[in-house]
Design a protein around this ligand. Structure first.
Ligand code: GAL
Length: 664
């Protein structure tokens, strides 16, 4: 089957005469899969009881005839005007009670029974019609859940939230206890009194907000699952997915993963951000890890510029190829784009496409075609997997709770801080999994825990057991502070980790904007954002604050516990210091890079399996880089069988190496 290559295909934007040319050019570009029908609802169901699938049959038949597989959308991402006209109560509302009107897309309340029942009806039609179609390879439910409508606060959602709370808490007393409603006279006498956390005079109850984020995620998932039930029933042979987004707060990728037959991600690297490939690296590692290591699909990226940032840089020559191979190196079995043919009208006419307005005699089309050819030449990569010695913990519940208001500091941006924890691993060339706190950590030599504010007693025990049995753990500040209901763990912070870390945090001491403090000892440099008054209870200080209110107090600590070691970082170290600390922990843990001695800016990754063993080298740096290989290998993209011992990568260069005698 190989690595799938292609993109979103929106033929409804074009007269039928164009479709034949589409198929011909797709063949030229070696397109093997398209995602079709994402925004076709209004066209296939123009009125409540009128269905028009004839044109879409011709699209599907044409693709089948051209040997192109279809990732078939369930078409439910943008409800048609007649539906919201007849049922305005299906439109979402924000926390101020303002309605979000139709005219764009994703204008539905996720809890709306009207929306869900019409979506299910449409999916039944689609499944009945296309389940056995020769082009159908994969179902694509909805589109980027929670991308625009992240949460809805309308009356329909309120009623659904109350149902959700009754299921979760059974009694209103249990709800009151969980939400700490003794505070500010908030005790409820009945579930009927509960509302969504709409805009209030000041901070709404944090536990209520946290539950609303959980509920919001589940409401979106319920939409997905309602459609998936239909497909499981009417089209059981075809796998099902939906396209997730990177570091997307409304959608808990770990909670969704068990319901996706294959994980799928949309990722738009920003050519204006010099190291955006590190953010991509994190998202790719998360996709692979959330799917238990299975290959995943890059379902959308841009061939060039996007249209939705304030300034949309094009991808300079070679960049699209480099970033596509990065996804493959980190486990993708598909490289798809948004979209096949650039729109002439609508909100995305300035978004790049595989086939630009200017046609085939364009740099983008030439690069697309070259990439298609290249990917088609190494089909054996598909299905191979990778392994990692390091795990980084990510947890949506903790993220939601951490970023609620009324905290010691609201300057903690967890997505950003998490990337800061990931970066030193990426730059050191170390393979990394991104896992939830509930995952079995046995087998990882090193585990990194960025700001795990919400930590259940059970997960704290798991972390403690991991270190006791010989693991190396690094925990950063403001971890282990509250339980699942955002209630502080009593007994001094971080209570459930105190014994493991061998310390107590007596007071949080967040730093003002723009202020930094010096740290010294084992790590000398500057730190900002946060500090805290740490009392040692068995741990040793490996760095101290050397100025400011906390001068002389520990900033970074280490504690031998059982057969392992736990480090604690009580401030935000500047990047070079964090890198030095991570390197020391890695060394103590015996974690090696994928390839030692790599030049700066070069990424190495390995995938292995029935198809063979592949070493990917990607030069994200701006200059030519020379890489010595661990053994003579064959360059799978160069098309000759000669063994090489060194590889010279031009800026943005890519090499895929395999064993001599393998493939080719
Ligand atoms: C995605 C979306 C696509 C298209 C694309 C443009 O968020 O799924 O439909 O809008 O962005 O970058």
């Amino acid at each position: 089957m190989g690595i799938r290559f292609g993109g979103d295909y929106n033929p409804e934007q074009w007269p039928e005469e164009v479709w034949a040319e589409d198929l011909e050019l797709m063949r030229t570009a070696r397109v093997s899969m398209v995602t079709a029908g994402i925004f076709s609802w209004a066209r296939v169901q123009p009125r409540p009881d009128v269905w028009d699938f004839g044109w879409f049959d011709r699209v599907m038949d044409g693709l089948a005839g051209a040997g192109i597989d279809v990732c078939l959308a369930t078409m439910t991402a943008s409800p048609p005007p007649w539906l919201s006209h007849a049922h305005p109560e299906m439109l979402p509302e924000d926390a101020d009670g303002r309605r979000r009107w139709p005219g764009a897309r994703q204008h539905y309340c996720p809890s709306s029974p009207v929306y869900r029942s019409h979506a299910v009806r449409l999916v039944e039609q689609l499944a009945a019609r296309y389940a056995g179609h020769p082009a159908l390879a994969l179902w694509h439910i909805g589109n980027e859940y929670g991308c625009h409508t992240r949460q809805c606060f309308c009356e329909v959602s309120a009623a659904d939230f109350r149902r959700w709370l009754r299921d979760r808490y059974s009694t209103v007393d249990a709800l009151n206890a969980a939400w700490s409603t003794a505070f500010w006279s908030q005790a409820y006498g009945d579930f009927d009194e509960v509302l969504p956390p709409r805009t209030a005079p000041t901070f709404p109850n944090p536990a209520q907000q946290l539950d609303y984020l959980r509920f919001g995620d589940e409401a979106l998932r319920a939409c997905y699952l309602a459609e998936k039930d239909v497909l499981d029933r009417l089209s059981p042979a075809i796998p099902v997915t939906t396209n997730l987004m990177p570091q997307h707060k409304p959608v808990d990728a770990f909670a969704w993963a068990p319901h996706l037959d294959t994980m799928a991600l949309d990722f738009y690297q920003d050519p204006h951000v010099p190291d955006d490939h590190i953010r991509a690296g994190y998202a790719f590692d998360l996709m692979r890890s959330a799917g238990g290591g299975r290959p995943w699909l890059l379902l959308e990226q841009a061939p060039g510029a996007v249209n939705w940032r304030p300034r949309n840089g094009p991808k300079p020559p070679g960049t699209m190829r480099l970033w596509s191979w990065q996804a493959v190196a980190q486990g993708a079995d598909a490289v798809l784009f948004f979209q096949w043919r650039q729109s002439l009208g609508g909100a995305e006419k300035f978004h790049s496409a595989m086939l630009p307005h200017a046609g085939t005699d364009t740099r983008i089309f030439r690069e697309v075609t070259a990439l298609g050819r290249e990917l088609a030449a190494v089909p054996e990569i598909a299905g191979t997997r990778s392994r990692a010695d390091v795990a980084l913990l990510a947890d949506w519940n903790s993220w939601w709770a951490l970023e609620l208001d009324s905290k010691p500091s609201t300057a903690l941006d967890l997505a950003q801080l998490t990337l800061e924890h990931y970066r030193p691993l990426f730059e050191a060339g170390v393979a990394c999994d991104i896992v939830p706190p509930g995952r079995d950590l046995t087998g990882y030599r090193m585990v990194v825990v960025p700001h795990l504010y919400l930590l259940t007693a059970e997960d704290a025990r798991r972390l403690t057991g991991y270190v006791r049995d010989g693991g190396r753990l690094v925990v950063s500040f403001f971890s282990g502070i509250v339980d699942a209901h955002d209630r502080v763990h009593p007994g001094g912070a971080p209570a459930p980790l105190r014994e493991l870390l061998g310390l107590r945090v007596e007071e949080f001491w967040p730093l003002a904007a723009g202020v930094s403090v010096a740290v010294g000892g084992g790590y000398t440099g500057r730190a900002d954002l946060w500090s805290e008054a740490i009392d040692l209870e068995g741990a040793e200080a490996v760095a101290q604050f050397t100025e400011g209110d906390l001068a002389g107090r520990p900033a970074v600590t280490r504690h031998g516990y059982g057969r392992g070691t736990a480090w604690y970082v009580g401030t935000r170290l500047e990047p070079a210091l964090l890198r030095a600390l991570w390197d020391d922990v890695r060394e103590a843990a015996g974690v090696l890079p994928v390839l030692p001695g790599l030049p700066d800016g070069v990424q190495a990754a390995v995938r292995e399996g029935a198809g063979g063993r592949f070493l990917f080298l990607l030069n994200h740096g701006g200059t030519t880089a020379d890489v010595a290989l661990p053994e003579p290998m064959r360059d799978a993209l160069a098309g000759d069988a000669a063994a090489v011992e060194r590889v010279t990568l031009a800026a943005r260069g890519v090499a895929v190496l395999t064993a001599v005698g393998q493939g080719g």
